[in-house]
Ligand binder design. Structure first.
Ligand code: SF4
Length: 380
């Protein structure tokens, strides 16, 4: 179940409240120079940060942006970051694969991953010569933690004739053991491709059982999966969608494919974070709800001021470990560097390269809604 239905502007909780001490403890003060440097940034977060809070945040923002210039660093900000990070210090913004591609293309020496650990690993896989830092090593992921490389080796022993696709939300160790990676933007394309390439009527898709069920409903290919789930998206239900429609007549319901299939059955549109964001930008619906992580609605709302957002607030506790404070600290200290054994990195890169070699889609694939949910066989 979604924890809270909030129709008002701004999310009630994701941007942490700060006393002045957070900046002051780091020797940063809100002086005239900081004020002059940051005044123009405040409107970007005015819906989320009160004028009283701004003097506690602005010195951190100014100091982070100065450190980035001094150290030739960039910050990759995932869509689920709070608006202060996303809008004020992020140099590149997007989903995990978009960010990893930026990591590979940038000429910066240091990459700070404002996201979770598997995303920092993906950046390191594609940008091995750069220093990749994660501000808090505890920023994990329930989906990535559900499966190990050893699990995949056992799956391959049990089903040697089926291709194994992994969703990009997994560790480098898991990527290294699979045949190809997919994202929520191209999962159906990847599954159809490997089924043809392997001349197989069956594909194994790990670790997200709900993504697998939603892809199976799109492709008609037999899919075996793994009992992993995103602890944020699995909380939504088809019943939530019905309640939202009753409470907010006319609302357009958009869902991420990590949600259970009964959510997609009831939704108006489903797709990756990029697809959801594009839908809102292009259609400008009068009233919309995004069934995904809470801060995503905040960030999309900031870019679409004419759209009225209804906000069920499910926060990812792992994403919320990243703060302006620990971004500042990691830029100052150089902690915490993400490393991957080279043999693992090379094999993990091969699975990403296999996906990137597929014909580039003009736009992220959307998922058909209204489909009857399928039950899939698990590989364990
Ligand atoms: S939102 Fe879900 S998939 Fe993304 S990091 Fe959090 S737990 Fe993992």
């Amino acid at each position: 179940m979604a924890r809270l239905i909030d129709a008002g502007p701004g999310c009630p909780t994701p941007t942490p409240l700060r006393g002045k001490s957070a900046a002051e403890a780091r020797g940063l003060t809100y002086d005239d120079a900081v004020k002059a440097e940051t005044d123009a940034l405040y409107p970007l977060v005015a819906d989320f940060v009160t004028p009283m809070e701004w003097p506690a945040i602005a010195p951190l923002v100014a100091a982070i942006n100065k450190l980035k210039r001094a150290k030739n660093a960039v910050i990759l900000a995932h869509n689920y970051m709070t608006p202060d990070i996303f809008s004020l210090v992020g140099d590149f913004r997007g989903d995990s694969l978009q960010l990893a591609r930026e990591a590979a293309a940038t000429d910066a020496d240091i990459i700070v991953q404002a996201g979770v650990h598997f995303m920092a690993e993906t950046s390191k896989i594609l940008a091995p010569d750069k220093t990749v830092l994660i501000p808090d090593t505890r920023a994990g992921c329930s989906l990535a933690a559900s499966i190990t490389g050893a699990d995949v080796r056992l799956i391959k022993q049990k089903f040697p004739n089926y291709p194994v696709v992994t969703y990009v939300n997994c560790t480098a160790d898991v990527k290294a053991e699979c045949h190809i990676t997919c994202t929520s933007s191209n999962a159906a394309q990847v599954v159809e491709h490997v089924a043809k390439e392997w001349n197989s009527d069956t594909v194994i898709l790990v670790p997200d059982q709900y993504l697998a069920k939603n892809v199976a409903a799109q492709t008609g290919i037999r899919i075996l999966t793994w009992p992993g789930a995103c602890e944020v998206h699995e909380q939504f239900s088809g019943e939530d969608v019905k309640q939202l429609r009753e409470a907010h007549p006319g609302v357009i319901v958009l869902a991420h494919p990590e949600c259970p299939p009964d959510v997609l059955q009831e939704a108006d549109f489903a797709g990756s974070t990029s697809a959801l964001s594009n839908f809102v930008a292009e259609k400008q619906p009068n009233k919309v709800v995004l069934l995904t992580e809470c801060s995503m609605s905040d960030n999309v709302a900031a870019e679409n001021p004419a759209v009225n957002f209804i906000r069920p607030c499910n926060l990812c506790p792992h994403m919320k470990r990243i703060t302006l404070e620990n971004i500042y600290d990691c830029l100052v200290s150089g902690k915490h560097e993400v490393t991957i054994p080279e043999d693992v990195r090379v094999r993990a890169k091969a699975t990403l390269d296999a996906m990137l070699a597929l014909p580039k889609m003009a736009r992220p694939l959307s998922f058909k809604t209204g489909q009857v949910p399928l039950e899939l066989e698990m590989v364990i």
